[in-house]
Design a protein around this ligand. Structure first.
Ligand SMILES: Nc1nc2c(c(=O)[nH]1)N[C@H]1C(S)=C(S)[C@@H](COP(=O)(O)OP(=O)(O)OC[C@H]3O[C@@H](n4cnc5c(=O)[nH]c(N)nc54)[C@H](O)[C@@H]3O)O[C@H]1N2
Ligand SMILES: Nc1nc2c(c(=O)[nH]1)N[C@H]1C(S)=C(S)[C@@H](COP(=O)(O)OP(=O)(O)OC[C@H]3O[C@@H](n4cnc5c(=O)[nH]c(N)nc54)[C@H](O)[C@@H]3O)O[C@H]1N2
Ligand code: SF4
Ligand SMILES: [Mo]
Length: 756
């Protein structure tokens, strides 16, 4: 499709974790994206894309997308120059830090940070210079329960077993809808194809979900589960495995500690006892336990629905317990650990058994830190209720917490009260409109990238580099340049000096030192090789170091000796390093060097689960609760301004079971009021038996009618913000991840009525 005035660039789509290969046809002269297609040559995706990939063209061309810094003035936002913007942002942050201490500044990193190598690498020096312990991110409305359980059981926050979907004979999916989300903590382009092939080869797909999701629609079996009760269900599976003597660890046996403790814990959770609470019959639980044990290989997999709920950490843990007890952990067709070509985990010191948990606490509710972060469910109150200790300024990177975190209305009010907000974002949206300065980076196609996190969470070992597809316009900045310059201004040193500290730290972790990956390589040799390769700064230089010192790397011996960034640049379709391999015990970083199946922290939380079981049994089913719903053409809160994705009928509807609708006198298409402790919204009803009785479902990421936001397309189909109902007081007690599924709500007819 290349012609005289067009060019095709092969890279990956950076929108979701599937990371499909795309071919972007561009006209350099007009600086235009002519088209986006799936890349049939991509070693991983083989041409597959979802409709969102086409949205990249719309995103590139969106006149609302920001390209120049903005400053808030009394008469609205005004464009300012980069130097002025950096000076303002840097000096105000430095002033607030020196007047009120480092913890007066909070930081929030949003989800797209994880999809941008430059952001991931260069936010670190900024965080260090700011020195705040009030770091927040989208991780605590997402996967930190899994990170905490993985750290306790396997010894690393990113030592997460990935279901071997391409080889498994039996996939048990809880709280995930990969047909729509395209998979999460399971990077695999073309989930529809992979799940189809699983069934074509005689494998079985079983889905546990309060909604008959799109994935449930193609599964062999779907079972409705009462939201928030997965830990009971999983414990019941474990109960049966022990009771029927089906526990079989295989070669893992000598590497697992705590099996007896798990056996004892599971005693109280028989399928018969938990059935009234989960809504899944004892008979079904027993059969699934037997099938898991008998299958030649099987993988249990849980995602958002199992994390963003009352027992998120326990449910995340029990998923792995089931895999271990059935002998499926670390074996082909089960759940295994990837061997990524480059990893951020190698940076910094490592201490086996170290769990970065509860080293400090939030000041209002006393919620524990995990992995250097406080839970975002406590952000608003740390601003509006912490007195002299309060947060006074906020740095936002690629995040929209007003729409994506619980009690958006309270957070919005709290943000309005801050002394200073800097946002680095590509839109003037519900959150960035509250900023004093916005520093927009170049577009997603105008930056190079390497999926350093997601190659480490992938169902195959693959590596691929994405070159810049389209040259960025004059006078724009890469995300990493913005972060570097801001760091320099806050620190009062030149940007080049900061970049030197960064590379020095990376080289310190990767070469020379006794515990480094390449002790035999000196820093001097490494620097010489980097200079020869033309890597003089920025994220690509760091990536080259990580690749060359990684498991497939050339160890600075020259390319014939192994992988370098240059190799990847010459292999635009990516490199397939093969299927996941068994890695126990080498991968384990627990103090004992074993898989700790019953770590104290988790065992301690089982008492809460027991109490919850008794309460739920007593309550008998319980009242109406709210869950979320991802949709193919949404991407959390921020692709609704691309017309090709946003068009069509209203998707921000509340699914209500026919019985519940009848009980509340609601009919299809009518508007209803939905009320929780946190707030109240009005929303159109879609009556559907897709959801189980007692459960209503609303997608998140809508509510685009904020005054002053520059979202001309999204505003037309604004929808409502479901996180006005999600309650910031509800967290998983252990990880303190927000509960976003299973929110108690009241359903009322629309119209005037008493306000909550
Ligand atoms: N009720 C409910 N709430 C949820 C969820 C749910 O299931 N239910 N899911 C949660 C999950 S899993 C997540 S990950 C979070 C996401 O939470 P957030 O990360 O806070 O929200 P996003 O909607 O992803 O917003 C991303 C922001 O980054 C901007 N952006 C996009 N690309 C770039 C870029 O390349 N650079 C920069 N600088 N900015 C960019 C967008 O304009 C937008 O403002 O939401 C969570 N919230
Ligand atoms: N199209 C699209 N794709 C996306 C995103 C997007 O916004 N849109 N977001 C991306 C992000 S940031 C992430 S983290 C991933 C998430 O990827 P997934 O985890 O696959 O996300 P969801 O589609 O929200 O699936 C969660 C499922 O859990 C169910 N559920 C809710 N509560 C419970 C419960 O208590 N128990 C059980 N068993 N199930 C429950 C819901 O009904 C839903 O079907 O998706 C990514 N991909
Ligand atoms: S599934 Fe869609 S959004 Fe996700 S990477 Fe592939 S094309 Fe992009
Ligand atoms: Mo997410």
């Amino acid at each position: 499709m290349s012609s005289a005035d067009s060019r095709v660039v092969q890279r990956t789509c950076p929108l979701c974790e599937a990371h499909c290969g795309i071919r972007v046809e561009v006209n350099d002269e007009r600086r235009q994206v002519l088209g986006v297609r799936g890349d049939p040559d991509d070693v991983f995706s083989r041409g597959y894309i979802c409709p969102k990939a086409y949205g990249l063209k719309g995103l590139q061309e969106d006149p609302d997308r920001l390209t120049h810094p903005l400053r808030r003035t009394d008469s609205g936002f005004q464009e300012i120059g980069w130097d002025e913007a950096f000076e303002l942002a840097g000096s105000r942050l430095a002033e607030i830090k020196s007047a009120h201490g480092a913890d007066a500044i909070a930081t929030y990193l949003g989800n797209p940070t994880a999809h941008d190598l430059g952001a991931l690498l260069y936010v670190q020096p900024l965080l260090q210079v700011l020195g705040t312990r009030r770091r927040f991110s989208a991780s605590s409305v997402d996967q930190i329960p899994k990170m905490l359980s993985s750290c306790l059981v396997f010894g690393g926050v990113l030592t997460i077993p990935i279901p071997d979907v391409d080889r498994t004979d039996y996939l048990l999916v809880l709280g995930a809808n990969p047909l729509v989300s395209n998979g999460s903590l399971m990077t695999a382009p073309d989930m529809p194809g992979r799940l189809r092939r699983l069934r074509e080869r005689g494998g079985k797909l079983v889905v546990i979900d309060p909604r008959r999701s799109e994935t449930a629609g193609v599964a062999d079996e779907h079972h409705f589960i009462r939201p928030g009760s997965d830990a009971f269900f999983l414990f019941a599976l474990v109960h049966v495995l022990f009771e029927e003597e089906r526990v079989s660890l295989g070669p893992l046996a000598e590497h697992v500690a705590g099996v007896d403790a798990v056996r004892a814990l599971a005693r109280d959770f028989s399928p018969e006892v938990v059935a009234p609470v989960t809504g899944i019959s004892a008979e079904v639980v027993r059969r699934i336990a037997r099938e898991l044990a008998d299958a030649p290989s099987a993988a249990c997999y849980g995602r958002i629905g199992t994390c963003t709920q009352e027992y998120g950490t326990l449910a995340s843990w029990l998923v792995d317990v089931v895999n271990v007890l059935t002998g499926n952990l670390d074996r082909p067709g089960g759940a295994l650990f990837p061997t990524p070509a480059a990893s951020l985990g190698v940076i910094g010191p490592r201490t086996p058994g170290y769990v970065p948990y509860a080293r400090w606490h939030s000041s209002v509710r006393g919620l524990p830190e995990f992995n250097g972060e406080l839970p975002v469910a406590t952000l608003a109150e740390e601003i509006d209720s912490a007195g002299e200790e309060r947060i006074r300024a906020l740095f936002l990177l690629a995040g929209n917490p007003v729409l994506s975190t619980p009690n958006g209305a309270r957070l919005e009010r709290a943000l309005e009260s801050l002394d200073f907000i800097v946002s680095t974002d590509i839109y003037l949206n519900e959150t960035s409109r509250l900023a004093d300065v916005i520093l927009p980076p170049v577009s997603l196609l105008e930056r190079s990238n390497y999926d350093i996190l997601f190659h480490g969470l992938s169902v195959r070992n693959v590596s691929k580099f994405s070159p810049i597809a389209l040259e960025a316009p004059e006078n724009t900045r890469q995300q990493w340049e913005i972060l570097l310059e801001l760091t320099a201004r806050v620190a009062g040193i030149p940007a080049a000096a900061v970049d030197e500290i960064v590379i020095k730290t990376i080289l310190g972790s990767c070469v020379g030192g006794e515990t480094s990956a390449c002790p035999e390589v000196s820093e001097e040799t490494a620097r010489k090789a980097l200079a020869e390769a033309g890597r003089d700064g920025g994220p690509e230089r760091i990536l080259d170091v990580l690749l060359r010192t990684g498991p497939y790397g050339d160890r600075f011996r020259g390319e014939n000796g192994g992988l370098t960034l240059a190799t990847l640049e010459r292999t635009p379709e990516g490199i397939d390093h093969g299927p996941l391999l068994s890695q126990v015990p080498e991968i384990l970083e627990t103090a004992s060097g074993k898989i700790e199946l019953a770590p104290d922290l988790l065992v301690g939380d089982v008492e809460r689960l027991r109490r919850g079981l008794a309460q739920r049994r007593e309550a008998g089913g319980g009242g109406l609760v709210l869950i979320g719903r991802r949709q193919v053409r949404n991407n959390n809160s921020w692709m609704h301004n691309v017309y090709s994705l946003a068009k069509g009928r209203d998707r921000c509807t509340l699914l209500v079971h026919p019985d519940d609708a009848a009980r509340h006198g609601l009919r299809q298409g009518e508007r209803a009021r939905l009320r929780s402790r946190a707030g109240e919204i009005e929303v159109p009803v879609a009556v559907s038996d897709e959801v189980m009785p007692g459960v209503v479902s609303l997608p998140h990421g809508f509510g685009h009618d904020a005054p002053g936001a520059r979202l001309s397309v999204a505003r037309e189909r604004a929808g409502v913000n479901s996180n006005r109902l999600c309650d910031e007081q509800l967290v998983d007690a252990l990880s303190c991840n927000a509960v976003l599924n299973g929110i108690p709500v009241e359903l009322l007819p629309a119209g005037p009525g008493p306000r909550p």
